[in-house]
Design a protein around this ligand. Structure first.
Ligand code: AHM
Ligand code: MG
Length: 334
């Protein structure tokens, strides 16, 4: 019989490894918590697969807190995550890109010790055209009562994340996660309904040959970003670059993780603070990138060091292979 490893088994294995240094026996709480995410992801993926056959394409008819048109699938994905995670006792708060306020649970801090932050359906402008979308999540530990309120727990900097991951709904459905011991990838096996280990200890190449940016915004970027892209195009890093931009962050990042290169969403004239969201998008992907040997910055500084002030905070965002990112940091620092 072929041996398979599911996400939940993998988390438990990792915790057993960590037990050698921490001495803490895994309780299964964390793997049970993440099973809430995988269940919701399977619900979303089933909905996406049949989207053309049901009345699920198109706008929901309302705007979210970001002032963006909500798609029906945005609403469905958000509800699936809120439902599947809300039932887990270990959850203290759920913070969604789609909701103005966090959903909090009045649970004993000893039991309800995790905060899950998520972008339920990233890249939703791509839904109606059958192009990859994704779900991104970040997990924080609630601060002990004497150290801070629940709100302060939610606004911890990205380096405090205990786990982060994403699901890409593409030709196959892939889940990638880290708990700080490397980055691991799983593929949804429809025949058994489980995410099965397919890429253990993923590493981002030291250098790639793609840059990924919405070049239509170039006139509004700070000049250093334009010069940087010009430098890549001119072969300044010793390679010929191609451009790839899907407009679905999860998919653009997944390619960057596997193939290397750089993804940028610089500040623009219209959006001087950047477009992407710190808590839902930048922090989780930055944690994964660093764990895979890559780098993530907002300009020249590390994303994971930003101290969030509000939950829906935006940030400029640059992420990718070490070689391209070192050159970017130099370019924008000058
Ligand atoms: P969303 O979370 O509302 O879908 O928006 C975020 C998306 C990212 O997936 C993507 O990187 C970016 O917005 C694309 O923006 P633009 O169309 O301005 O290039
Ligand atoms: Mg998004």
């Amino acid at each position: 019989m072929p041996m398979i490893t599911t996400v939940q088994q993998h988390i438990l294995q990792q915790q057993r490894e960590q037990m050698k240094t921490t001495g803490r026996e895994p309780t299964g709480t964390f793997s049970w918590l993440l099973s809430g995410i995988t269940l919701a992801a399977k619900m979303v993926e089933a909905k996406i697969r049949s989207a053309g056959l049901s009345d699920i394409y198109g706008a929901f008819g309302a705007e979210n807190v970001q002032g963006e048109q909500q798609q029906k699938l945005d609403v469905y994905a958000n509800q699936a995550l809120l439902h599947c995670l809300g039932l887990r006792d270990s959850v203290a708060a759920l913070v969604s890109e789609e909701d103005e306020q966090p959903v909090t649970f009045n649970r004993d801090p000893e039991t309800g010790k995790y905060i899950i932050i998520f972008d339920p359906l990233d890249g939703s402008s791509n839904i109606d055209v059958n192009v990859n979308v994704g779900t991104i999540f970040s997990v924080l530990r609630r601060l002990p009562l004497e150290q801070g309120t629940l709100e302060q727990s939610i606004l911890q900097p990205g380096y405090e994340q205990v786990a982060a991951g994403y699901v890409v709904y593409g030709p196959s459905t892939v889940l990638v996660y880290t708990t700080g011991s490397g980055v691991h990838g799983f593929t949804l096996d429809h025949t058994i309904g489980a995410f099965v280990l397919s890429n253990e200890r993923m590493r981002m190449p030291e250098q790639g040959s793609y840059y990924s940016v919405n070049e239509a915004n170039a006139d509004g970027w700070p000049a250093a970003y334009r010069s940087y892209i010009d430098m890549l195009r001119a072969g300044g890093l010793g390679k010929t670059y191609s451009s790839r931009y899907i407009g679905s962050l999860v998919a653009d990042f997944h390619r960057t993780l596997l193939k290397g290169g750089v993804f940028l969403y610089p500040p623009t004239l219209q959006q001087p603070k950047g477009k992407l969201r710190l808590l839902y998008e930048a922090n989780p992907l930055a944690f994964i990138a660093e764990q895979a040997g890559g780098v993530a910055t907002y300009g020249a500084e590390r994303v994971l060091d930003i101290r969030p002030e509000v939950i829906h905070q935006r940030t400029p965002f640059c992420i990718g292979s070490r070689r391209e990112m070192e050159a970017l940091v130099q370019a924008v620092k000058l």
